[in-house]
Design a protein around this ligand. Structure first.
Ligand SMILES: NC(=O)c1ccc[n+]([C@@H]2O[C@H](COP(=O)([O-])OP(=O)(O)OC[C@H]3O[C@@H](n4cnc5c(N)ncnc54)[C@H](O)[C@@H]3O)[C@@H](O)[C@H]2O)c1
Length: 320
């Protein structure tokens, strides 16, 4: 099959590209940057079109020329609280342009990468101390601009699904960790990845608070696998949205212990309490992954121990 991947040079996109190539598919990437450092090993097998998803004409031209069977849409703007105008333009307007391009190109399916942020803030039963797992039909009332754009984009995606021949689906991911995040993203959203990468390169990791907070975390290779699984599933899909859960609401203390078992001498200093990333709204929760499992038989293949071992090996190889 032929795939067009928006944001394919980003953290998740790079693993999606690698996964699809590994399964023998053709992959083109539509990206605002030409920095192929995260897909160095496979860059020569990918057609790269540099452009902005807000540029509907360029995007449609590329899609019509490439004729993908499926469009996987990962391009997004994440600094949403600082710049809500750009957030809405890229995440909502850009998503509409991606769907319209898929329709014009006669694609079979669009897979949109949404987030558990649609369920934030995780108050009441969703949050500490119960962390009741959240199913897809739970109420969506995000207060943060990132979640607001994700819900709006999901609605746009669903509208295109109802009003065209293209099947359109949204995947709501748990908190993602994995190689590439430290190169691409600064700040507390990298907490889980920093906890592995800093000790792996001989540096310490310390946070004042948050050791008792649990969160549903998922390894980036499972993210790519879930996207490929849904992209390749036979028509019709039964639902417009699916949670992609890591399957483990792990506390920071437990995650740190798992790292200590793998990374020799890992210096991790984690204070007690909640909210390790010190975010104004709580994003820490557990997702109910039953829908993915019942419809596709999909489950994450990496529990935290296996993910940490895999991640550590990649970092060590890179540093060697
Ligand atoms: N990282 C997480 O924990 C997480 C969790 C849930 C969902 N997601 C979603 O997964 C998707 C990918 O996230 P990521 O962590 O790989 O992000 P990333 O920033 O590493 O990758 C996004 C890519 O999109 C490109 N891009 C940004 N704006 C663009 C535009 N206007 N036009 C074309 N390309 C553009 C960037 O250059 C980048 O390479 C996003 O939709 C994100 O919201 C991420």
């Amino acid at each position: 099959m032929r795939f067009l991947v928006t944001g394919g040079l980003g953290v998740n996109g790079a693993w999606v590209v690698r996964d699809l190539l590994g399964r023998g598919h053709e992959v083109a990437v539509f990206e605002s940057r030409d920095d192929t450092s995260l897909i160095e090993d496979v860059a020569d097998r990918v057609e790269l079109v540099v452009g902005d998803i807000r540029d509907a004409e360029r995007l449609t031209d590329a899609a019509v020329r490439l004729r993908p069977d499926c469009v996987i849409h990962l391009a997004a703007f994440v600094d949403c609280e600082r710049d809500p105008h750009t957030a809405i333009a890229v995440n909502v307007g850009g998503t509409a342009a991606v769907c319209a391009a898929a329709v014009a190109a006669g694609a079979r399916r669009v897979v949109y990468t949404s987030s558990k942020a649609v369920y934030a803030p995780a108050t009441g039963k969703r949050g500490f101390p119960t962390y009741e797992s959240v199913p897809e039909d739970d109420e969506l009332r995000p207060t943060g601009m990132y979640g607001i754009t994700k819900v709006a984009a999901e609605n746009v995606v669903a509208w295109y699904g109802r009003n065209s021949e293209v099947e359109c689906v949204s995947l709501r991911f748990a908190t993602i960790f994995g190689p590439g995040r430290l190169q691409r993203h600064a700040g507390p959203i990298n907490t889980y990845s920093s906890m592995i990468e800093l000790p792996a390169s001989g540096r310490g990791f310390a946070i004042e608070q948050g050791g008792d907070e649990r969160d549903d975390i998922i390894y980036v290779l499972d993210v790519a696998d879930a996207i490929a699984c849904v992209a390749l599933a036979p028509r019709p899909l039964r639902h417009e949205a699916y949670n992609v859960a890591g399957g483990h609401a792990v506390s920071m203390h437990d995650f740190a212990d798992a790292i200590r078992r793998v990374v020799p001498g890992a210096a991790l200093d984690i204070g007690p309490g909640l909210n390790p990333m010190q975010m104004p709204d709580s994003y820490y929760m557990a997702l109910d992954g039953t829908r993915m499992e019942e419809e596709f038989g999909w489950r994450p293949r990496y529990d935290p121990d296996r993910a940490i071992r895999h991640y550590y090996e990649l970092v060590r190889t890179r540093l060697a």
